[in-house]
Write a protein that binds this ligand. Structure first.
Ligand code: ASP
Ligand code: MG
Length: 410
């Protein structure tokens, strides 16, 4: 019998009516002859509310206790979901992360999954039950409750689908799929029918908020087909898979805008060996994530301008890191720019098509938009632009690559 994993996000279980709707969907999948596993998030904004409560008590809540607290949200919704399914006349059982042997490391608030005890789940499924698993949570080797990071229920769902060799992982949410870009910023944005794991990973890490990045990594590793779709309709959403049809023909699959990027520049640093190493030691020690690294060596090579970008939230810490190194390398001045955004285009088709970068730059030029830096990888080109230009750049790029049009059939 084939196994289907259905994941319902917070908005899809926000109240009793929605829980009943989700339960009905699970029952339908069961009636169609599948073994059904549900993964649910906490109801509505419960998790935010719990975080807020913690910070009402203290500015520095212990991460272990945060996880203890946050995991309660999902425990509420799995119990209610089981009741709703039982009310519909079907057998159901709710299980916490610990109860399904969702073993993680001990990195509280951002734990990584080590293993899952699929045997227990199979056992329940064989008894004909719909199994409802708490998303987002696990347990470490010492039985401490852990969580997988905000949005982590997606990862629970895909990991379960992998462990159970499910036919499909359906992710039900309040949007009807993955879009070519954020439709709130670009009304012409279009729902994508199929997308590769690699493209989806890039879109997720570049700020398209639909799926938890780690869930896509799992999907890719274990080849789980992920169907992101609306909990309100029956229309198909977006299929995330390894080889979407006509994959190489679509040059650009989507584009993103990430706001609030900060840049730190070390002006006139002495270009001695070890400069870059020292900066990145300081950054690593503070667990900051750096995106762009921009280095200019002036004629002669003794003096260097070294800049790097971080998320705006990390700017203060990043400045401290730069200052710690600045004294050692005779840095004249440290400049901080907090008015930047990053526009990126993503597509596996870029590997086999020339002229993509040229089209991007001429589009921005035609809009009279200044480019502060360019970074590329195999399937992504990103440009740093001023915050004030971000949305306009995104719209222009979306139009230039005709993302509002259905990709040509092959
Ligand atoms: N409830 C958790 C959160 O809000 C996990 C999830 O919804 O995926 O982050
Ligand atoms: Mg989510």
């Amino acid at each position: 019998m084939s196994i289907v994993v259905q994941k319902f996000g917070g908005t899809s279980v926000a109240d009793a009516r929605k829980i009943h709707l989700a339960a009905r969907r699970a029952i339908r999948a069961k009636m169609e002859g599948n073994q059904v596993v549900l993964v649910v998030s906490a109801m509505g904004h419960t998790t935010d509310e719990l975080v807020r409560l913690a910070y009402e008590i203290t500015d520095r809540p212990s991460k272990r206790e945060l996880d203890m607290l946050l995991s309660t949200g999902e425990q509420v919704s799995i119990a209610l979901m089981a009741m709703a399914i039982q009310e519909g006349g079907y057998e159901a059982i709710s299980l916490t992360g610990a109860q399904i042997g969702m073993l993680t490391d001990s990195a509280f608030t951002r734990a990584r999954i080590r293993s899952i005890d699929a045997g227990r789940l199979h056992d329940q499924l064989r008894r004909g039950r719909i199994v409802i698993v708490a998303g987002f949570q696990g347990v470490d080797a010492d039985f401490n409750i852990t969580t997988l990071g905000r949005g982590g229920s997606d990862t629970t769902a895909v990991a379960l689908a992998a462990a159970l060799q499910a036919r499909m992982c359906e992710v039900y949410t309040d949007v009807d799929g993955v879009y070519t870009t954020d439709p709130r910023l670009v009304p012409q944005a279009r729902k994508i029918d199929t997308i590769s794991y690699d493209e989806m990973l890039e879109l997720a890490s570049l700020g398209a908020g639909v799926m938890h990045s780690r869930s896509i990594e799992f999907g890719k590793k274990f080849n789980v087909i992920i169907h992101v779709r609306s909990s309100l309709t029956d229309s198909p959403g977006t299929m995330i898979m390894s080889q979407p049809p006509g994959m190489e023909d679509v040059v650009v699959r989507g584009c993103t805008l990430k706001r609030d990027i900060g840049r730190i520049t070390l002006v006139n640093a002495a270009n001695r060996p070890g400069l870059v190493a020292r900066i990145f030691e300081e950054i690593a020690a503070r667990q900051l994530m750096v995106d762009d690294i921009i280095q200019n060596v002036a004629a002669g090579g003794d003096v260097v301008q070294l800049a790097f970008t971080v998320a705006g939230d990390d700017l203060r810490e990043a400045r401290l890191a730069a200052e710690a190194v600045g004294r050692q390398f005779d840095v004249a001045q440290i400049e901080v720019d907090d008015q930047l955004s990053r526009v990126s285009i993503v597509g596996v088709g870029m590997r086999s098509h020339a002229g993509v970068a040229a089209r991007l730059f001429s589009t921005l030029a035609a809009e009279n938009i200044r480019v502060h830096n360019v970074s590329t990888s195999e399937i992504v080109i990103s440009v740093l632009v001023g915050s004030a230009d971000g949305e306009r750049a995104l719209r222009a790029v979306h139009a230039a690559f005709e993302l509002d049009r259905e990709p040509a059939a092959t």
